[in-house]
Design a binder for this molecule. Structure first.
Ligand code: PLP
Length: 396
């Protein structure tokens, strides 16, 4: 048998392949440079244009830029009126920022377990978590697969709750013919470099409600009721701060990059799906791993390619497989440690392991393989080769 790199053998690659990475082309660079030569570096036309094109792309009436995905979630939670004593249902299988946004407003995140096949919030678990204090639900389109929005919307409507989608993984995804961004009262996006499109750092909230969009624009600008150009248009020199807001603005430099990236989204999605299909085919032969389930009524955006290891088929645990793949220079990752087991949540809310058994079990078995549009066919082959090599060596 071939000696694993972790045992001193030759690694599959000479340089590490990361699990995610941005794709920047000359057009992206030119768009940014053009703004740098203009008069407006922030609060200018590029912001509006990016918001308009984004709203069109997601089928929402309005889109509001924010400085990052976490700020987008915070703004959406604040716009939903969440405050001290309010409960918000969130899945544990997500980045901590989903739940943190609730805590920023003094609310309490209530963790409802995920479906073990898809790792998406299970609507029946969300229903069981509803109490008289529940005000909102934040489903997360984990890995890029849209959640079961029809059931979640019905649940929200029936109980008078606001539905906020954490769509940070799923820009470009489709659910029952409707694009991600138009499936909830508010949908939140991130433009961090590993996400579907990037602005370096950046975020967006899409909504069909113009009043809510206006509220969000004020919240991102210190809680001021009008912006500089609106005042200029009406000839007024004064402004009023009507609520406590933040400086959560996205610059024109970033919005120019976002616009250029958004025009490339379908190209990115096509390449992501192509790579995922190659993995699917290759891993059909491997009994020790199963890719996550994909429902028939969605188009997956493939932010992440997540597999579950089958403990019965292996002599070692996830830790050893992870280390062996890293030694082969494959930048595997784990998304995510369930949020409710982080020390902050245990201490602040008196919760911990045992609360969401499906998410906790999944956490022991999941592995994220590299997937991003800039991967070459050789990169994909390297990942497949390394996975076959490592799982073969550790087969039970
Ligand atoms: C990336 C991400 C966020 C936070 O976005 P930032 O832009 O990094 O602040 C929130 N939720 C999920 C699910 C994410 O993947």
């Amino acid at each position: 048998m071939i000696k694993l790199a972790v045992d001193g053998g030759q690694p599959v690659r000479s340089e590490t392949l990361s699990y995610g990475s941005q794709s920047i082309d000359e057009g992206d660079v030119e768009a940014v440079v053009e703004v740098l030569h203009s008069n407006w570096l922030t609060t200018g036309r590029m912001v509006e244009r990016f918001e308009q094109l984004f709203a069109e792309a997601t089928g929402a009436r309005e889109a509001v830029t924010l400085s990052n995905g976490t700020a987008a979630l915070h703004a959406a939670v604040a716009a939903a009126g969440i405050g001290p004593g309010d409960e918000v249902i969130v899945p544990p299988m997500t980045f901590a920022a989903t739940a943190n946004a609730v805590v920023f407003q003094g609310g309490r995140p209530v963790f409802a377990d995920v479906d073990p096949g898809t790792l998406l919030l299970d609507p029946s678990m969300a229903e069981q978590a509803i109490t008289p204090r529940t005000r909102a639900i934040i489903p997360v389109d984990f890995a890029g697969q849209p959640c079961r929005y029809d059931e979640l919307a019905k649940l929200a409507e029936g109980h008078g709750l606001v539905l906020i989608a954490d769509a940070c993984h799923s820009l470009g995804g489709v659910y029952r013919g409707r694009p991600v961004g138009s499936l909830a009262d508010q949908s939140c996006f991130s433009f961090h470099p590993v996400k579907p499109i990037t602005t370096g750092e950046g975020g967006m909230v899409s909504t069909d409600d113009p009043d809510r969009a206006e509220w969000l624009r004020s919240f991102r600008n210190h809680g001021i009721d009008t912006d500089f150009r609106q005042r200029e248009a009406t000839g007024a020199w004064t402004y009023q701060m009507v609520r406590l807001g933040y400086n959560y603005r996205l610059t024109d430099i970033q919005c120019a990059l976002g616009l250029s990236q958004l025009r490339r989204l379908s190209e990115f999605l096509r390449r992501r799906r192509e790579i995922a299909a190659r993995y699917d085919t290759a891993f059909q032969e491997l009994p020790a791993i199963t890719p996550l389930k994909i429902r028939a009524d969605v188009t997956h955006a493939y932010h992440l390619y997540v597999v579950r290891l089958k403990p019965d088929g292996l002599r070692v645990g996830r830790r050893e497989i992870f280390q062996a793949l890293r030694a082969e220079r494959i930048g595997v990752a784990v998304h995510y440690m369930p949020v409710h087991v982080h020390p902050f949540y245990r201490e602040r809310f008196g919760i911990g392991p045992g609360l969401c058994p499906e998410a906790e079990r999944a956490y022991e078995e999941i592995l994220t393989l590299p997937l991003f549009p800039g991967m070459t066919d050789q990169d994909v082959s390297d990942v497949v080769e390394a996975v076959e090599k490592v799982l073969g060596a550790y087969a039970a």
